[in-house]
Design a protein around this ligand. Sequence first.
Ligand code: CO
Length: 131
Amino acid sequence: MKASMDHLGIAVRSLDDALKFYRDQLGLEALPRETVEHEKVNVAMLPLGEARIELLEPTQSDSVIGKFLEKRGEGLHHVALRVPDLKASIERLKSAGARLLNEPRTGAGGHLYVFVHPSSTGGVLLELIQE
Ligand code: CO
């Protein structure tokens, strides 16, 4: 399978504050923000060649990212890989007993994705995205 790096998801308390570093000080380009309602996050994407940094700011404290910030503070939240056939990847992982966290959903940018639990991946929350 030919997968590729899609993005690093970083949980932040404030997109404005995080953009002061990543955009203004480091000098990365920032795409227009999006809100992903069902994940309760505001997202800012920062292109890095073929990959991106995804800054995630919770819109509510009871969201996945809100709870992550409360427990662990700001930091790397997940690693996202693009796969050529998401459905086939899901079937292979399921039959091998990997722990998937959701059925495929549409996220930022309109791409289908699933999350794989860190207990199956060596401790990293892994997002798989349909190429
Ligand atoms: Co992501």
